[in-house]
Design a protein around this ligand. Structure first.
Ligand SMILES: Nc1ncnc2c1ncn2[C@@H]1O[C@H](COP(=O)(O)OP(=O)(O)O)[C@@H](O)[C@H]1O
Ligand SMILES: [Mg+2]
Length: 324
């Protein structure tokens, strides 16, 4: 593909300074996202998916969180160095995020209509009250919320989890962003509503030409919605590839383990098999060498002493493993 990436992350490293010392939550994370395309970020809980997203938004929890290294290029401009005010404008107009916790992201004491209205006002200061109200109703209808005229007067605790998630999507889309980051937007929802919301997001993406970063620990969702995938393990990227290549020809032993853990269609309802034994290493006490070595079924001596680099293993396909 020749068109330039809307967003390109190069060698991002981010950390939290805590009483237990520095936790390198994200290390050497790189990827690109293109217009109308969806990049999936997949990996177990705690592997650094949300920290990657919050770094792009420059919303790491303060004062502990900081970007240590790397570049985040939005349309070619490095936003790591952007002054806070410019970053705020970027978030209001170009990059938006659906947060993992809708209850914490929505304001409990403000009516839903007002919260969406504020996004429109930030985007276009010339809008009057009636415009803002009409636009809020329109976008709620767009994300499939019935009776939006009534909903805008309600508070977040008055609506169901599925509806709250739709309100979050509506707020993120009110920005008309070039890039939408969705952090596990459907994890808390039941399967039917999850499927509806994924369909809706795909549809809105095509209509608005958005680039999307879709964060999940669910490989089924990745297969359903993504063009490209980044697999993260213990804060770093272990493999990245177009989605079909990843499923057909996984190269990193961790990715293979993840794929084998996916429940098979022929055994519905069965829990995930513990294919990958052992524990993820602590991020403030990482072993020398490969981060996956203690769980890897094929590790060789060099894996214990020196960390492999992410290297090309095929067309747009990279893996961080000596044995590829
Ligand atoms: N506020 C915080 N303070 C200290 N460490 C944190 C904080 N948030 C996240 N971390 C560390 O960063 C790691 C990655 O977290 P996160 O990106 O939220 O994981 P996930 O992949 O589940 O989204 C965690 O394992 C944790 O060690
Ligand atoms: Mg997370």
């Amino acid at each position: 593909m020749t068109d330039r990436a809307v967003l390109a992350v190069h060698h991002l490293a981010a950390a939290f300074d805590t009483e237990a010392g520095r936790i390198r939550a994200v290390d050497d994370v790189s990827f690109q996202v293109h217009r109308r395309k969806t990049l999936g970020i997949v990996g177990e809980s705690g592997c650094g998916k949300s920290v990657t997203a919050l770094s792009i938004m420059r919303l790491l929890p303060q004062p502990a969180g900081k970007i240590l290294d790397g570049r985040i290029l939005y349309q070619g401009t490095d936003i790591v160095q952007l002054p806070p005010e410019e970053m705020r404008l970027l978030r209001g107009r170009h990059i938006s995020m659906i947060f993992q916790e809708p209850m914490t992201a929505l304001n409990p004491v403000q009516r839903i209509g007002r919260q969406i209205g504020e996004v429109f006002e930030l985007h276009d200061g010339a809008l009057d009250e009636t415009d803002v109200c009409n636009k809020s109703i329109e976008i709620l209808a767009r994300v499939g919320i019935p009776d939006p005229e009534r909903r805008i007067r309600e508070y977040s605790h008055q609506i169901s989890g599925g509806m709250r998630q739709r309100v979050m999507i509506a707020m993120a889309l009110a920005v008309q962003p070039d890039i939408l980051i969705a952090d596990e937007p459907t994890t808390a929802l039941d399967v039917t509503i999850q499927a509806q919301i994924l369909d809706l997001m795909k549809q809105l993406q095509q209509e608005n030409n958005m680039a999307m970063i879709f964060i999940t620990h669910d490989l089924g969702v990745i297969a359903d919605i993504c063009d490209d995938v980044v697999v993260m393990y213990a804060g770093t990227v272990v493999e990245s590839a177009p989605v079909r290549d990843l499923f057909e020809n996984p190269r990193h032993p961790y990715t293979r383990g993840l794929l084998e853990s996916v429940p098979r269609l022929e055994t519905p309802g069965k829990t995930l098999l513990p294919i990958i034994h052992g524990m993820v290493p602590a991020l403030n006490d990482l072993p020398p060498g490969c981060r996956f070595q203690n769980r890897c079924p094929i590790a060789i001596p060099v894996c214990k002493s020196s960390a492999p680099a992410l290297t090309s293993v095929g067309n747009q396909h990279e893996a961080r493993c000596y044995l590829d």
